[in-house]
Design a protein around this ligand. Structure first.
Ligand code: F0G
Length: 359
C-alpha cells in the first residue's frame, strides 16, 4: 500500500491563492513514463509527462484550478475564454464546480469533437466565432476589458501559476534533478513560459543544480515563435492565416511570445517546426510503441524531438522529457481517420480464424 496518486496542491506554499478555498478536481500529479523503446530508437533517455491524465484530459486543468480559485476570491460571477478547445473544456468544468456563469469563444469548425462536447456538456455558453483563435481571443479580451467577465485565458497570470507545477513535478519525478531538455508544443505560448517559471523557481530555491533546455515545437503552418527563434530575435511577427491539423496549436499571434522566447534563449533551448505528416506519424509512433495516446498537438513534441535528433541538434544520451499535453480522445475524428476500418464479420469462429491466419 504505497501512497495514493497526489495532486498539484502538494506545492500549495508556492501557489498564490488560499488552498483552503480551492476549486479543485484533484488535478496534477500526472503519470511520468519512461519510454524505453522509443528512447532507444532515438538514442536518448526519454520520458513523457502525461498531461492527458488530468481531470478534463489536458494540462489546462492545472491553470484552471488556480485561476478559478482566484476568480472566487475576487467574487466575480462570470468567467470566459477564447479557446482552440482544451481551455474551454477545462473552464466549463471548473466553472460548473464553482457555480459561475461561463462563456467560451471557439473558432468555428476548428475545434476537435471531444473538446466541443466537454464545453457544451458542462454547460458553458458556447459561441462559435466566424474567425480564427486569434480573432476570438481579441473579442473575448475586449469583453473582459469592459468588465463583462473575468478572463481565464493564459494571459491571466494565475493560469501560469498553476501550470508552472508541470516544471516542479518533472524535477520531482526525476528525484530532484533537472532533465537535460524539456520538449513541448507551443501555441499561445503560455505553457512553455509557465514551465520555465516553475523550473527557475526550483532552481533558485536550490532544489537542483542545472536547468533544462526549453525546446518549443510548432506546426509548420502556425510557427511565429519558431520563425523568431530562427531569426534570433525577440520580435515575433504574427502568422496571418495559421493552419495545421493540430487544431489545439492553430494560433498565429501567441500572447505570451515574449515570455516564451525569453525562456528559450535563457535556457539555451530552441524552437523547431514540424509538418502535419510528421505530427500524425509521431502520434501513431507513441501510441503503438509506448501505449501512450495523445492528441495531435501533443505529438508535435515527439515529432519535433525526432527531427532535432536526426538533425544532430540533440546529443546522444540526453535525458529528455516530452510534455504530452492532451489525451488521444480529445480528437477522435483525426484518430479514426488515421486507421484502417475494423473488420466486420459474423461471430463465427471459423471465419474469424481464417481472417487471422491470412494476415
Ligand atoms: N497542447 C494542447 C493539447 C493545447 O490545447 C494547447 C493550447 C497547447 C498544447 C499549447 O499550449 O497555448 O500554452 O502554448 N491550447 C489552448 C486552448 C490555446 O485554447 O485550449 P500554449
Amino acid at each position: 500500500f504505497e501512497g495514493r496518486r497526489d495532486n498539484l496542491w502538494k506545492y500549495k506554499e508556492c501557489l498564490p491563492v488560499d488552498a483552503d478555498k480551492r476549486v479543485s478536481l484533484d488535478e496534477g500529479g500526472t503519470p511520468f513514463c519512461r519510454c524505453e523503446k522509443l528512447g532507444k530508437e532515438l538514442g536518448i533517455d526519454l520520458y513523457v509527462k502525461v498531461e492527458g491524465s488530468n481531470p478534463t484530459g489536458s494540462f489546462k486543468d492545472r491553470g484552471m484550478t488556480i485561476g478559478m480559485t482566484k476568480a472566487m476570491m475576487l467574487g466575480v460571477d462570470t468567467v470566459g475564454c477564447a479557446s482552440t478547445g482544451n481551455t474551454s473544456a477545462s473552464l466549463a468544468a471548473y466553472a460548473a464546480r464553482a457555480g459561475l456563469r461561463c462563456a467560451v469563444f471557439l473558432p468555428a469548425g476548428k475545434v476537435a469533437l471531444g473538446k466541443l462536447a466537454q464545453a457544451m456538456f458542462h454547460g458553458a455558453e458556447v459561441f462559435s466565432i466566424n474567425g480564427n483563435f486569434d480573432e476570438a481571443l481579441e473579442a473575448m479580451t475586449q469583453l473582459a476589458r469592459e468588465k463583462y467577465l473575468y478572463l481565464l485565458n493564459s494571459i491571466n497570470p494565475f493560469r501560469l501559476e498553476g501550470q508552472k507545477t508541470i516544471g516542479y513535478e518533472i524535477v520531482h519525478d526525476l528525484g530532484w534533478e533537472s532533465p537535460d531538455r524539456i520538449v513541448l508544443p507551443v501555441g499561445n505560448a503560455g505553457n512553455i513560459s509557465a514551465i520555465w517559471k516553475g523550473i527557475t523557481e526550483f532552481h533558485n530555491a536550490g532544489f537542483m543544480d542545472d536547468v533544462p533546455m526549453m525546446t518549443g515545437i510548432q506546426a509548420e503552418g502556425a510557427c511565429p515563435i519558431a520563425n523568431a527563434y530562427r531569426d534570433n530575435t525577440m520580435d515575433m511577427v504574427p502568422v496571418e492565416n495559421p493552419e495545421t491539423i493540430a487544431t489545439a496549436i492553430r494560433i498565429g499571434a501567441p500572447v505570451s511570445a515574449v515570455k516564451a522566447l525569453r525562456a528559450i534563449y535563457d535556457s539555451n533551448g530552441m524552437a523547431e517546426t514540424v509538418t502535419d505528416e510528421e505530427i500524425l506519424a509521431a502520434q501513431k509512433l507513441l501510441a503503438r510503441t509506448e501505449g501512450v495516446g495523445v492528441e495531435p498537438a501533443s505529438a508535435a513534441s515527439i515529432a519535433g524531438l525526432k527531427k532535432l535528433v536526426e538533425q544532430g541538434d540533440v546529443d546522444k544520451g540526453e535525458r529528455v522529457v516530452c510534455v504530452v499535453t492532451g489525451h488521444l480522445l480529445k480528437d477522435p475524428n483525426t484518430a479514426i481517420d488515421a486507421c484502417v476500418d475494423p473488420v466486420q464479420v459474423d461471430a463465427d469462429i471459423d471465419k474469424i480464424k481464417e481472417i487471422l491466419l491470412n494476415k
